[in-house]
Design a protein around this ligand. Sequence first.
Ligand SMILES: *[C@@H]1O[C@H](CO)[C@@H](O)[C@H](O)[C@H]1NC(C)=O
Ligand SMILES: *[C@@H]1O[C@H](CO)[C@@H](O)[C@H](O)[C@H]1NC(C)=O
Ligand SMILES: [Cu+2]
Length: 186
Amino acid sequence: MRASTFLTSTFFAATALAHGNIVSPPVRQAGAVTQQVCGAQAVSALTTDITGPLENVASNGSPDCNIFLCKGIQFEDNQNNVQEFAAGEQVDFAAEIPIPHEGPCNVSVVDLATNTLVGQPLISFASYADEALAQLPLNNTQFSVTMPTDLGTQCQQPGECALQWFWFGTNAQQTYEDCVDFVMTA
Ligand SMILES: *[C@@H]1O[C@H](CO)[C@@H](O)[C@H](O)[C@H]1NC(C)=O
Ligand SMILES: *[C@@H]1O[C@H](CO)[C@@H](O)[C@H](O)[C@H]1NC(C)=O
Ligand SMILES: [Cu+2]
């Protein structure tokens, strides 16, 4: 009886409350343009719980709104939030994982126009946010990536590329993303 009550309330908390997000570097935030493109309901879900899974964010069905690219959050809302990185630079990430769900995770350079990866992931976890562990490894919430040195002329214009953190909780069937807009400096 007590156990089932506990499980029920834990399940409720896991579905209703925070799950995880990137705290630093600064990630895309939904604003007026996202509301135009993806709708008010999506923006409400994105701003009410910035840690929530993409499955909780209902698209308005517009072909321009892809919730699975940077949570559907538009670059135009984030033009003053573009980071500058140099080839070979180490970029430190901080994440919060209030409700872990075991599964794979990675951070990749994404070509935003085509929603394709540029090169290989910069970091990759086969098993991330494993709630069965007494404590998560420190590298789940503090890790760094090294910016590629072979981008050529790619990723020099704002809005062209982002670093995308991508985590999928296998049992939870929940997807988490955050995007850091950036340009490469010479
Ligand atoms: C990155 O992680 C996501 C989510 O876990 C996974 O679906 C995807 O296959 C991974 N990508 C690569 C290139 O490993
Ligand atoms: C994170 O830390 C764990 C435990 O120390 C280690 O097994 C794993 O390889 C590390 N993962 C990455 C991507 O550094
Ligand atoms: Cu969750």
